[in-house]
Design a binder for this molecule. Structure first.
Ligand code: DGL
Length: 374
């Protein structure tokens, strides 16, 4: 991979001299200790070095006609071509592209998640890399963002970005989303805020963000709102992430080689107990039961879930409602059944957290603490 120009001693001396004389040296990689700029106000001398990783998705998509906003081929445009299609980015950062995958994000699995995370971690360790932007399909961007938020060991900004329309469409949103993502990744104010998701002028924490609509550009929501906005070249934060992330967590992506199998079983009227049995047979170490309401379990599902627990499979009561928290021992006697409950995590997020939690412990009390902590 092409490396950013290394800042050698002479350059540092030249930079110091030029700053003293007020002459800015363009294109020098920023020193890690560069004084923070005003929010979102990149300057020539302090342009950040940002790696833009391509994984596919709609932001790498193309449609047959400009009116194809929701029917198109995803994951066909190489990341370098996507970057070249937004020349304004070069004015705010020194960027390099790297294609890690070219897939629809519905095709992510544990193996690909680990591979992406390890490459991101490797890049973050390079002193001449100031931040990373990951272009990603929107379908599972929320799981990737939560996973990276929990496992990366760096304060440098990592921003996931996608789009709801391909670049060929009228009203395409990818170009501005990518520009904004680079701006956020370049902003000193983004350091130490965990993995971020930038779409539709908003900055979300990877912990909370979720996709709420199949085709609209404002699909991404966080139950407690975004952390801030990115607009007219400025990165504006109004909130901070409330839960531990990156440097504050017990997981290190570089020490993870496999994630335990965790299944999600979706509840509905007439749900078949065989779905629980199948998860157990497939080797699930935990089942996240996306239950109705406040984690309610149908009377004909209690015994199958208890039987799974008796076989050593952890049972996590989640909610399919998309909001709120599941109250322990309310709808079901969790203490008695030795079951777990999510906090506010959506079932797909709870799957990520449970997989990581099971790399640390299989003790129900410890697992419950982790679910409530992160
Ligand atoms: N195939 C979907 C994905 O890669 C397209 C959705 C999108 O990226 O907006 O997530």
């Amino acid at each position: 991979m092409k490396r950013f120009a290394r800042l050698n001693t002479l350059s540092v001396l030249l930079l110091a001299a030029s700053l003293a004389t007020g002459v800015a040296h363009a294109q020098l990689a920023p020193s890690a200790s560069a004084a923070p700029t005003q929010a979102g106000a990149p300057s020539e001398a302090r342009k950040a070095n940002i790696v833009i990783i391509g994984t596919g998705g709609t932001i790498a998509g193309a449609g047959a006609a400009a009116t194809n906003t929701a029917a198109y081929q995803s994951a066909v445009v190489p990341v370098d071509k996507i970057i070249a299609s937004v020349p304004e980015i070069a004015k705010i950062a020194n960027v390099k592209g790297e294609q890690v995958f070219q897939i629809g994000s519905e095709s992510f699995n544990n193996e690909r998640l680990l591979k992406l995370g390890k490459r991101v971690s490797e890049l973050l360790r390079q002193p001449d890399v100031d931040g990373i932007v990951i272009t990603h399909g929107t379908d599972t961007i929320e799981e990737t963002a939560y996973f990276l938020n929990l496992t990366l060991k760096s304060d440098k900004p990592v921003v996931v970005v996608g789009s709801m329309r391909p670049g060929t469409a009228l009203g395409a949103d990818g170009a501005l989303n990518l520009y904004d993502a680079v701006l956020v990744a370049s902003s000193p104010e983004s350091r130490g805020k965990g993995t971020l998701a930038v779409l539709n002028d908003e900055i979300h924490t990877g912990r909370d963000v979720t996709k709420t609509n199949t085709f609209k550009v404002e699909t991404f929501r966080s139950p407690f709102g975004p952390l801030g906005y990115v607009v007219e070249g400025r990165t504006l934060y109004f909130r901070l992430p409330a839960r531990p992330h990156t440097m504050q967590t017990e997981w290190d992506i570089d020490k993870l080689d496999k994630l335990p199998e965790v299944a999600v079983v979706y509840a509905y009227g007439n749900v078949n107990p065989a779905s629980v049995d199948a998860a157990v047979k497939n080797g699930a170490k935990a089942i996240v039961y996306a239950a109705t309401g406040n984690g309610s379990v149908g009377d004909y599902m209690v015994e199958p879930l208890k039987a799974a627990r008796a076989k050593g499979v952890q049972i996590v009561r989640a909610s399919r409602t998309g909001g709120g928290v599941v109250i322990r021992n309310a709808e079901q006697p969790d203490d008695k059944y030795d079951w777990l409950v999510t906090d506010d995590q959506l079932p797909q997020k709870a799957r990520i957290l449970m997989a990581l939690a099971l790399t640390k412990t299989n003790d129900t009390k410890e697992l419950q603490k982790i679910l409530w902590k992160y």
